[in-house]
Ligand binder design. Structure first.
Ligand code: FAD
Ligand code: NAP
Length: 252
């Protein structure tokens, strides 16, 4: 009997590409990859110079939505992103057959409130999570916090407004714009706003070891600094054998 062998790459077909700014894009792809949990990532790959160049990208779509969607920033000399942004409908992009990752609600202990903290493209996995039923069933309050340099980088505003309408009693969506003044957004950085109590005041929700679970995604320095600010409130990394309050994913 021939044993079934999982292929190394699944061929995906680009169905569209949205350009939000000069450097921010969302790629939509039809591909037959294994089931995933909201918050996980796929590996996208292109053949470059005879080699497959692959990088992880979080799903923005909920597990039951198609096509798959990935929100990414092009890096000035980025081998993959400089090519992803040129893909058009009908083009091929390869995906690893199995999604992966631990930034998922099944890894997060029960709490009264859930904080989803991101910078830049790190908002993607949280959009996927918020499109599922789980956070609304498990947490009394959900606070989503997204920090960007400039207001034009606040992508997915319509989706966030829709979620805020659908879950008006439970969701508070906050944004930070750090390099210009933007009406409706907080200024400065997330860790300082936690220290100063500005973040909790804006959310109207307590951020504490007693009541909260926090998921953090994006810039690794932000992840470190935010974790340190939370540690000063008695919160620590969650590990299966040592339950805590913080679940993170670094993008680089
Ligand atoms: C688990 C995981 C999930 C990820 N999900 C996403 C995602 O959903 N969207 C996304 O845009 N990227 C995501 N990334 C980053 C992504 O995998 C690539 O590293 C990135 O797209 C750069 O690839 P590149 O080949 O163009 O450039 P590279 O040469 O690989 O990267 C150049 C440099 O750019 C910086 N960088 C990398 N990613 C980012 C980023 N997202 N924002 C700002 N600076 C960055 C780093 O300093 C990196 O060394 C994720 C990374 C991990 C580990
Ligand atoms: N965004 C752009 O216009 C742009 C343009 C060209 C290239 N790029 C490339 O993209 C990469 C990332 O850019 P990005 O704008 O997506 O992400 P970013 O640099 O991670 O900035 C996103 C947000 O995170 C904040 N932040 C950065 N370090 C932090 C820390 N230690 N603690 C708390 N908050 C922190 C930033 O605040 P501060 O503003 O205070 O740093 C900003 O509000 C850059 O490294 C660059 O290579 C970006």
């Amino acid at each position: 009997m021939i044993s079934p062998v999982t292929p190394k790459w699944v061929e995906g077909t680009v169905v569209g590409q949205k350009r939000w700014t000069q450097t921010l894009f969302s790629l939509r792809v039809e591909a037959d990859v294994a089931a995933f949990e909201a918050g996980q990532f796929a590996k996208l790959a292109l053949a470059i110079g005879g080699e497959m160049v692959a990088r992880p990208y979080s799903f923005v779509n909920a597990p039951n939505e198609r096509p798959h969607e990935f929100y990414y920033v092009t890096l000035p000399d980025g081998p993959l992103t400089q090519r992803l942004c040129r893909l058009e409908a009908g083009d091929t992009v390869y995906l690893a057959p199995r999604p992966a990752g631990f930034l998922v609600l099944s890894e997060v202990p029960q709490a009264e409130n859930l904080w989803l903290i991101s910078t830049g493209t790190g908002i993607g996995p949280f959009l996927s999570i918020l499109k599922t039923e789980t956070p609304w069933q498990r947490f009394r309050q959900v606070v989503m916090v997204h920090a960007v340099r400039r207001a034009e980088e606040l992508s997915y505003r319509e989706s966030i407004e829709r979620l805020a309408r659908e879950h008006a009693e439970q969701l508070r969506a906050l944004s930070f714009v750090s390099r210009e003044t933007a009406v409706g957004s907080l200024s400065g950085r997330i860790p300082a706003a936690i220290e100063e109590g500005r973040l909790e005041a804006a959310a109207g929700t307590e951020l504490s070891a007693k009541l909260s679970q926090v998921m953090i995604c994006g810039n690794p320095e932000m992840v470190t600094d935010t974790s340190a600010a939370l540690a000063r409130r008695g919160m620590k990394k969650h590990r299966r054998r040592e339950p805590g309050h913080i679940t993170v994913e670094n993008y680089w």
